[in-house]
Write a protein that binds this ligand. Structure first.
Ligand SMILES: [Zn+2]
Length: 263
């Protein structure tokens, strides 16, 4: 692990300076880097890297900052893709004081940002949502390991968080393959369906919070059933695949696993 501390003399320019410094390290080393600063002091930028182009770890200094102060976090994506589910679980779930979170593509053009982040149980559940999405996509759209569908699902996560008021999602997409196929029905369904699944999870979480009840099969089923039956995108997906019952069954199963892990 390598660590750096950059003093900041002009706090009002810290955002630009952070991106510039991050991209400078990325260009020079080809590795994944994290850059973070305190939103309260804006006095220094902390940088760290595992010296690997494939993953980024959090140094003890950065971890300490993210645990104790309201902070902004930037990191680079060699793939130039939107956020991954592990971004949410490793950062936003572990460090609830992060208020803005950014991924910058190594291409220097792709940028994905979440700001005004609210603390929410959703970040605990992101990986389960992703599993449901993978089941739907691989099982029903028959498009295993399609990079454009992967891109669409990742983008859908950001759009879903924004739509539900969990964070403000801003993006600058530079991806030729995605641009060429973004209006294709499979890509549209993957993206819109991700947004719907996030909305669905939030409705369930909220429903149980309001009722002050633990999640169990008796309470989850009617809610899920009601939401799925009224979900236009779900119907489109089902219509395309003609597998209503097994598709519903898979989602019910995923949701029943989900409820056991929720206290
Ligand atoms: Zn990332």
């Amino acid at each position: 692990m390598r660590d750096e501390k950059i003093p900041v003399h002009t706090p009002e320019c810290i955002e630009k300076l952070t991106i510039k410094t991050l991209m400078d390290r990325v260009t020079r080393t080809g590795n994944e880097w994290i850059a973070a600063y305190s939103e309260n002091t804006k006095k220094e930028i902390l940088l760290c890297t595992e010296c690997s182009p494939k993953f980024c770890g959090v140094s003890s200094d950065v971890s300490c900052l993210l645990s104790t102060e309201e902070s902004s976090v930037y990191h680079n994506h060699p793939s130039n893709k939107p956020f991954s589910s592990s971004d949410f679980t490793n950062f936003l779930y572990n460090y609830e004081r992060i208020i803005s979170f950014h991924a910058c593509g190594n291409d220097g053009k792709s940028v994905f940002s979440l700001s005004n982040i609210c603390n929410n149980d959703i970040f605990n559940k992101i990986s389960e949502i992703e599993i449901i999405m993978q089941n739907i996509i691989t099982g029903y759209l028959f498009c295993q390991s399609d990079p454009v569908l992967d891109y669409a699902v990742r983008h859908g996560f950001g759009l879903g968080l924004d739509k539900n008021g969990i964070a403000k999602y801003e993006y600058n997409i530079h991806n030729m393959q995605y641009d060429l196929r973004k209006n294709n029905p499979d890509v549209q369904i993957a993206q819109i369906f991700t947004v719907d699944i996030i909305t669905l999870f939030l409705e369930i979480i909220e429903f149980h919070r309001n009722k002050n009840k633990n999640l169990d099969m008796h309470t989850v089923r009617p809610v899920v059933h009601n939401i799925l039956n009224n979900n236009v995108n779900f119907k489109v997906c089902v219509f395309r695949t003609h597998q209503l019952n097994s598709c519903q069954k898979d989602i019910y199963e995923s949701l029943s696993n989900f409820k056991f892990q929720m206290q």
